[in-house]
Design a protein around this ligand. Sequence first.
Ligand code: ACO
Length: 428
Amino acid sequence: MSEIAKLSYQGNEYELPVTKGTENEEAIDISKLRGQSGLITLDPGFKNTGSTKSAITFLDGEEGILRYRGYNIEDLAEKSTFLEVSYLLIYGELPTEAEYKKFTKKITKHTLVHEDIKKILDGFPSVAHPMGVLSSLICSLTAFYPNSLDPNNSKEEINLSIVRLLAKLPTFAAWAFKNKVGHPVNYPDNGLDYCSNFLKMMFALPAEKFEPDPVISKALDKLLILHADHEQNCSTSTVRVVGSSQASIYASISAGVNALWGPLHGGANQSVIEMLEAIKDDGGDSKKWLDKAKDKNDPFRLMGFGHRVYKNFDPRAKIIKKAADEVLEKLGIDDPILDIAKELEMAALQDPYFVERKLYPNVDFYSGIIYRALGIPTDMFTVMFALGRLPGWIAQWKEMRENNEPIGRPRQVYVGATERSYVPMDNR
Ligand code: ACO
């Protein structure tokens, strides 16, 4: 028998079923509360609201656990590849060798984009932030594949859209970068693996031979795995809500890119590097900057610190910190901002302000340092995050549609003016 929670209010008692997840998380189901009592629940920022039941990603913020489909992130980051993890997230199981080969072959086949998309790209000024360009190019796929607008797309048609997204996003991302630097775009090289192809499209110059460095490709692959899903975060919730109106998968993912862009979400990796650079240029006094972050009259926050869910440590940050050390050593790079980051982390972890509020480095605190070492420019960091998060967004969109979830439409508590008479303009 399922558990029941009771809510009493103004002499009435309401019974609310309690639902339990496979990891014993318990939630009070309030979906029928308004019908019973006229009451809604109020939870700005959805800090305490479960928006769905999902079988994709489990995370325990108190224990610092992150699992995709039951597999620990530490194992996947060490032993898997990004495309294997993508398959796992989207289809629920690790692929067999044959399934993996078929999947990667299909993705490789679809890396090229319609030549007219280059005309759209050409319309962007070089100052355009690559995240805006990326989201626009993704949304433009609705125009090139209008069939994707049909909410009744078959399983095969949806799978084709999924493959197209995974295949074309690296092309779009690299082209967004080329637009920024004013260089001609490179076309995909289907003889290369996913990350090497991306790096070649990013960095190859006309009339120069380009060999992707396997150290860099591998490091990038790991970073993408670490970003691949994170349950109902801001951008993923956006993808699900947009998709719940039966908008096309391309439009939904494009919306996710925009949600990721902000500095409080995926944009934090860019902000972290800008912050570390500013600290370095200012003489490297981490205490001064910690004081600024603690000062409630100063809008400055320690970027890359704090997380809505992790209140102990972010398991991805641990892996990334180690990877940052390894990558910089392998590439023979001595980056002073890595030292500043470590000093800042150590100082913050001993400071009562950060300890009391359970503020720890998040995934973005060290990821930017690796991207920098890999030669990826700062304003491409969030684009890299989007490349990594793509399979998660797809998996969540697919799950939401397969479960026939209702349109996302929260309620509100209205606090504005009550009814009043219209006042003609000359009487105001
Ligand atoms: N620096 C200084 N103080 C902070 C920081 C920070 N980075 N983060 C939180 N705080 C403080 C808040 O001021 C608040 O203090 P108060 O209780 O005295 O008012 C308290 O800690 C709680 O913070 P909230 O903003 O309420 O926490 P919330 O869960 O809403 O926000 C968030 C989480 C947005 C990540 C926040 O910690 C933050 O802004 N961090 C910096 C940006 C960042 O790194 N974002 C990336 C997140 S990871 C990702 O998206 C992949």
